[in-house]
Design a protein around this ligand. Structure first.
Ligand SMILES: [Mg+2]
Length: 315
């Protein structure tokens, strides 16, 4: 059983949703209707030893906990508005540092902190829940159709390369380390994409290989992804080659990019490109069935992303 089996198992036990629930569990956010207004809700947790090690300061952990939630809100095309944060460490200073990072991120992303809880915990743990507001219909994972193009915002692999640099204690690739510790969710682009009418969207948190599968599964389609087209920055490629890692494979499987993966008609991709201040790169297309990764025209097998429950045998 993996995280996704666990989510299916929990989804199967849910009672019938009340009428306000427009989209239940299973997308980047749930969608709720209050009167005429549509809201999105999501939560994400970071745990020391699992999501980060001692290289991240408590402030950075708190900041990132908010940023990754803002990324899920962006993937629905919504504006992040309100937040609750709960967590703690085994000392007050660390807990305070983490919550200061949470507040700094709230300030940066225009999110109002409603409250939460602090508690002494064996290892630094922080859980953030965010509410966001929609000005358009939400963009779901389920709208991709055969013939759509698949495009990503920004760049892939930099965060995973930064993580490797931290693990190896390599100094030098500072930009990559910053990409890892200080993600920049694509809030404005998510809203532009929603306004322009993209078909489907998901943020890349677990890695392109996993997240494109989630999008295809929910849409009941397949895709072809061309590894040769992935937007991988020069410094990412250079650093990864220097440590004998394959940039295209890491960009596909590494995760924590917090970019958006979009399925859209060609003309919508062009409009988004014209309005975007970060690169929008077409990396593949939606087909009827089968998720295939190609490099130099040859299929690449066994690509998968982040495992939320390594060694987890079931509930
Ligand atoms: Mg997501």
């Amino acid at each position: 059983m993996n995280e996704f089996d666990l989510i299916s198992c929990l989804s199967a036990r849910l009672p019938a949703p009340p009428p306000e629930v427009v989209v239940p569990m299973g997308d980047d956010c749930a969608v709720l209707r209050f009167g005429d207004a549509l809201w999105v809700a999501t939560a994400d947790m970071l745990v020391a030893g699992r999501h980060f090690e001692e290289w991240a300061t408590p402030e950075e952990v708190g900041y990132k906990a908010v940023a990754v939630n803002v990324s899920d809100v962006a993937a629905m095309g919504a504006v992040p508005r309100f937040m609750l944060a709960s967590g703690g460490a085994d000392d007050v200073e660390t807990t305070l540092g983490c919550m200061e990072g949470v507040l700094r991120a709230c300030d940066e992303f225009g999110v109002y902190p409603l409250g939460g809880d602090t508690i002494r915990a064996a290892v630094l743990t922080v859980d953030v829940a965010i509410l966001g507001q929609l000005a358009h219909a939400p963009v779901l994972r389920s709208g991709a159709r055969s013939g759509d193009l698949l495009a990503v915002t920004g760049e892939l692999g930099a965060s995973a390369a930064g993580l490797l640099a931290l693990q190896r204690r390599d100094t030098g690739p500072e930009r990559l380390v910053k990409k890892h510790l200080h993600p920049e969710p694509r809030g404005n682009l998510g809203r532009k994409a929603a306004r322009l009418g993209v078909q489907a969207m998901i943020d890349i948190s677990d890695g392109l290989a996993s997240d494109v599968r989630h999008l295809c599964q929910r849409s009941g389609v397949g895709c072809r992804i061309y590894l040769d087209l992935l937007p991988i920055a020069g410094d990412t490629q250079e650093y990864l080659r220097s440590i004998d890692r394959d940039p295209q494979i890491l960009a596909t499987t590494g995760g924590e990019d917090y970019e958006l993966l979009i399925a859209a008609h060609e003309n919508v991709v062009k409009e988004l490109e014209a309005e975007s201040d970060v690169p929008i790169t077409v990396i593949g297309e939606v087909v009827r069935a089968g998720v295939v990764f190609l490099r130099n025209g040859e299929p690449v097998e066994n690509l998968s992303g982040w495992d939320h429950f390594p060694g987890f045998e079931g509930v």
